[in-house]
Design a protein around this ligand. Structure first.
Ligand code: NAD
Length: 462
């Protein structure tokens, strides 16, 4: 066992990990900026409050399997690149491992481990019978053309084909992957699985195109689940959705759907930021037009050349002023939705923020130091495992539809999703009141309660 060291803290100047004793026991180095340790520290803090047995805490502190693969891919110019990919299987006590695969130039093993652990918690919180997994390939998909992207997708899935399966580990889209990539994943796996399992093995991935067994409602599911959660919780805090002001960080799948669906409920999107820039209009930005603009141009920059209110209503506008990222965070709103990447709200951004509630659309967008500042300012933080669980919930519906060869209509999908999200929100609120903790800890407690009961009944093999 390696000796634990405490490195110079950056974003958490004074506080040590609360689960230091577990990290020491498992020989984990105490890096305060490490997303995996931050995530597990928060999970184990909740486990302590719930008095989960120590052996379960150490089981959950590490993933069951960490798979790393190096694989060559031919580029269009005839050269070869050796790429690195990961699949982490955190826990499968509740069912097959489940979680997205990300293509991003910054993918690292510890980030994938953190995201896999969050999936374990998320599936348990919304009570879908899956465990937690996650994957990633260290590559910039924007630098690849369609053929190169296809070869990367097929080579990676063939590299991990023996480790995944429709009843053991089921990938899905994440940042940098989409329904097309899922179609290539599924087709590659089906070819490897052989003729006997060909059709059943379609459900090895979710988030597929509708024509290839995808579910209606999957594309908007994460944004919709977030809106279901805020619609359940915010009115009880004196904030009806009608007339609510929102800002959105990241306007990709999650952010743009959250923005559009909040607007549909009568809320006003007044500021949006992404990797291309930030914009603001206190009268309201047209969330639909902005989504179209981002689809066409790749980001929010340049939106707002027109100057008249849109047909969507007098309170939403196709105009917006470019602002700095600092101004974006400082914009006064009721609700801020981070829907970009991890660890974006550090203590600096938290100091700037001027909102009443944060609803985390992205995974782990708030660092522990950032969260402490938000809570000290009286800002409520609705955690990712609650707010963005809509994606995995509709993925589960897709898997169920594939398994039973049926096709649900959109009303059915929306209704079932709403049930899962509302119950998860109530479960979290209940834990919050019972244990007098913040919403993140409450969500982990509500998730761990289920996992703890299952372990207690099953015991540890042999
Ligand atoms: P996406 O690729 O569609 O969108 C990502 C967005 O983040 C883009 O708008 C991009 O411009 C923005 N972004 C990237 N770097 C940025 C930076 N430095 N500053 C500001 N903005 C930046 O991805 P997505 O699917 O919407 O996922 C977003 C987050 O939600 C991720 O954390 C992902 O893991 C999580 N999530 C996604 C789903 C899903 O169903 N898509 C489900 C659960 C969780």
């Amino acid at each position: 066992m390696s000796k634990a060291t405490i490195t110079a803290p950056t974003d958490r100047p004074t506080t040590e990990f609360r689960s230091k004793h577990v990290f020491d026991e498992l020989g984990m180095v105490h890096d305060p900026d490490n997303l995996y340790l931050q995530t597990i520290d928060a999970v184990l803090t909740a486990a302590e409050i719930l008095e989960l047995p120590h052996h379960l805490q150490i089981i959950l502190a590490q993933p069951k399997n960490e798979i790393m693969a190096h694989f060559p891919v031919m580029m269009n110019d005839g050269s070869y690149r050796l790429l690195k990919g990961y699949r982490v299987q955190h826990n499968n006590a509740l069912g097959p491992y489940k979680g997205g695969i990300r293509f991003h130039h910054d993918v690292s093993l510890d980030d994938v481990k953190a995201l896999a652990a969050l999936m374990t918690m998320k599936c348990s919180l919304v009570r879908v019978p899956f465990g937690g997994g996650k994957g990633g390939v260290k590559v910039d998909p924007r630098a690849l053309d369609r053929d190169e992207l296809m070869r990367v997708s097929r080579r990676f899935i063939s590299a991990i084909a023996t480790q995944i399966g429709p009843d053991s580990d089921i990938p899905a889209p994440d940042v940098g992957t989409n329904a097309q990539v899922m179609a290539w994943f599924s087709d590659t796996y089906q070819n490897i699985a052989g003729p006997n399992n060909r059709h059943d093995s379609l459900r090895v991935v979710t988030g597929k195109p509708i024509e290839m067994g995808g579910s209606l409602g999957r594309e908007k599911a994460t944004g919709q689940g977030l809106v279901d959660v805020v619609a359940e919780l915010l009115p009880n805090m004196g904030m009806p959705l009608e007339g609510l002001t929102c800002s959105v960080l990241g306007y990709g799948n999650v952010g743009s759907w959250a923005g559009r669906l909040m607007q549909e409920r009568g809320s006003k999107i007044t500021a949006v930021a992404d990797h291309t820039g930030a914009i603001r209009n206190d009268e309201g930005i047209d969330a639909d037009l902005l989504a179209e603009h981002c689809e066409l141009t790749g980001g929010v920059a340049g939106f707002g050349k027109a100057s008249s209110p849109t047909e969507a209503g007098s309170n939403v506008h196709a105009t917006a002023d470019p602002i700095s990222i600092e101004e974006f965070y400082r914009t006064e709103v009721d609700l801020l939705i981070p829907a970009a990447l991890e660890q974006m709200i550090t203590s600096r951004e938290a100091e700037w923020m001027n909102c009443k509630v944060v609803a985390e659309g992205a995974n782990a967008p708030t660092t522990p130091a950032g969260e402490r500042i938000l809570l000290s300012k009286g800002i409520e933080v609705l955690p990712a495992i609650l707010c963005n669980a809509g994606g995995v919930t509709v993925s589960y519906f897709e898997w169920v539809q594939n398994k039973s060869a049926v096709f649900w209509d959109i009303e059915h999908v929306d209704r079932e999703l709403n049930k899962h999200m509302v119950l998860a929100a109530r479960r979290t609120q209940l834990a919050r009141h019972r244990f007098e903790v913040d919403m993140r800890t409450a969500a982990y407690i509500a998730a761990l309660d289920q996992i703890g009961k299952v372990y207690q009944m099953r015991g540890i093999f042999p």
